[in-house]
Write a protein that binds this ligand. Sequence first.
Ligand code: UD1
Length: 418
Amino acid sequence: MSLKILSVVGARPNFMKIAAICDAIKEFNRLSTGANIQHILVHTGQHYDANMSDSFFNDLELPKPDISLGVGSGSHSVQTAKIMERFESVVVNECPHLVMVLGDVNSTVACALVTTKTLCAGNAGGRDFIPKLAHVEAGLRSFDRAMPEEINRIVTDSISDYLFTTEASANENLLREGVPTEKIFFVGNVMIDTLLRHRKKAAESTILQDLQLAEPQGTKPYAILTLHRPTNVDDERVFSRMLKAFLDISKHMPVVFPAHPRTLKRIQEADLGDCFVDHFIQGPEPWDSRVRIRLIPPLGYLDFLHLMSNAKVVLTDSGGIQEETTILGVPCITLRENTERPVTVAQGSNVVVGSNPEKIVKEFNRVNSGGHGVHRSPRYWDGHAAGRIIKVLVNRFLPDRAISIPAYEAKAEELRQN
Ligand code: UD1
């Protein structure tokens, strides 16, 4: 007896999420006798640079993808269409019971659409069927349809059969959009599963020494900056105004900036190189003249986790980093006008400030002078989210192999009553 799950990754934030799912599947197969989950991992190739993809597979000890679609970059339509075209034959050949997509990237929506439109041949004279679709990290909404990810989320959720959510706001959004309660499963955050599992290993990273932030008397205070949203980096005026704020901040402490390839391109095109020092080529500048941002290549998972864990503050337009800093208790200044992850503001260490330089500096000053409130871990961000997902799927597809995960069991009744 076997359940065949085909899961899809494509872009950087997917890799941390699938790592937790892979672990939970491995655990199920180890515990279970007689039944097993056959897991096929597909990599679309949306991200392909070694430091955007391979390094995550190594750090997270992910299995090599069973199938690589190699689509690469392109406009949204070209990229989405290429993934759809190549993924269709994968579904037809593999005939999985379930396709699992994660997050909100183009690979997510492309493979979700294909899944719901592909008829698979039933085996041993069984009926032809359309695989079920599961969306991990369902229901998040920024309510900003100018964001490509928002469209990806809405479309994926509207056609999914299993919607696994990370926070209460997501449940409310889905219910408001008319998704039946039976399809919604509040399981927690698989990315946080991965963070909790890798924190100890990440502490062995030498990144603080490599960046000359470790000193005999302790770690130097420093800020991390990540920025890659088209709304922030594609408009030269917006981007250069924001850079002024980061330069201001770099007068108080080093600002370490692992730059996404899209952002690096924009820096080159807009000739903004003077704002930066390339840390690994030019080395850090002496403290007194450190009024430039320290540019470094994108970091692997473990190095970035260690760097983030020790930062005084993180400035970012990423979604996942708002969640990770919430668990780490590191102040996060979100460089966007909205967030689809409101729990990170209500319970975490996140403040949404947008791209206005005065607001960014003001919030930095507040954090730097110790004005950082207490934070709590959101509900179910406890390292067991992927286990809950596998439990739901096993109970549905392999009912006589129902598994019990104590942390989930304890809260399941409470959840049903909410
Ligand atoms: C994508 C996701 C975004 C996510 C981000 C994480 C969508 C719509 N966006 O944005 O939600 O937060 O990933 O990183 O799916 N490039 C490279 N090498 C790579 C990958 C990309 O050089 O390995 C360059 C290419 O010039 C490409 C550009 O980066 O055109 C943008 O890549 P793309 O995957 O289209 O979007 P991201 O900005 O990475």
